[in-house]
Every structure is written in C-alpha cells, then in structure tokens.
Design a protein around this ligand. Structure first.
Ligand code: AMP
Length: 115
C-alpha cells in the first residue's frame, strides 16, 4: 500500500489542521503559508496525484464537484468581491505536494500575469 500523502494524514486527523469544510468527496483547510489574506486548499479525499493524472470517467465527478464547491467555500469565507483559483501541476508550475488540490486565494487585489 502506498504511504499516505500529507493531505490524507490531515484528513485522517494524523496531522493537526483546522478543517473548514468537509463532504463525502473533498475537504478544505487554510494554507500553512498563506499567499493572500485568505488562502484555502480544497483537496479531494482520493489522493489523485496531480490534475494531469486524473482519469476519465472515474475522477470526473470528483473534479466537477470540487469546482462547484469552490464558490461555496469562497462565500463561507467571505470572499464576496472575488477570488482566484490555482492548480499547480508539476514541478515547473510550483507543485510541492503530490496530492492534487485547488488553491483558493482572496482578500487582496490579484495581478496578472501570475509569477
Ligand atoms: P502546491 O505547491 O501547489 O503543491 O501547494 C501545496 C501547498 O500546501 C503549499 O501552498 C503549502 O504552503 C501548503 N502546505 C504544506 N503543508 C501544509 C500543512 N501542513 N497545512 C496546510 N497547508 C500546507
């Protein structure tokens, strides 16, 4: 059996973290190293390594569900003016935890292009 990922350990309560949202497919926590006043990570319970390793049709429901859940969490966190959604896929994109997750960032103006 593969070793649990960091986010699986958090979901299972083995690494302490405040879980701010949870349902049958995904959960959300605050990023430990926030890049904005609000920086949330939305993580599937299934340890899909990265977006490019998600497969159809098995993972389609999870990914669609997560996208639909993003605005729900943004509302819950008071991000009424807007927010940015980021997925870092692969080392070159800045991925550091190989368990797919969606960054939800808000609470300050965002710039474009991103770094
Ligand atoms: P990425 O670099 O896109 O793979 O995102 C991984 C994110 O996980 C980074 O923004 C880290 O700051 C964050 N992170 C790492 N460890 C923890 C933790 N224990 N609790 C919450 N966030 C974490």
């Amino acid at each position: 059996m593969e070793e649990k990922t960091l986010f699986q350990k958090i979901a299972d309560g083995e690494i302490p973290s405040k879980i701010i949202y949870r349902d049958e497919l995904c959960f959300a926590i605050y990023d430990i190293n926030p890049q904005a006043p609000k920086h949330i990570l939305l993580v599937p319970l299934k340890p899909i390594k990265r977006l490019s390793e998600a497969t159809a049709p098995e993972d389609a429901e999870i990914l669609a569900h997560m996208m639909i859940t993003v605005p729900k969490i943004a509302r819950q966190e008071g991000l009424t003016d807007g927010f940015r959604v980021v997925i870092n896929n692969g080392l070159i994109a800045g991925e550091t935890v190989p368990h797919m997750h969606i960054h939800i960032l808000g609470g300050r103006p965002m710039h474009w292009p991103p770094g």
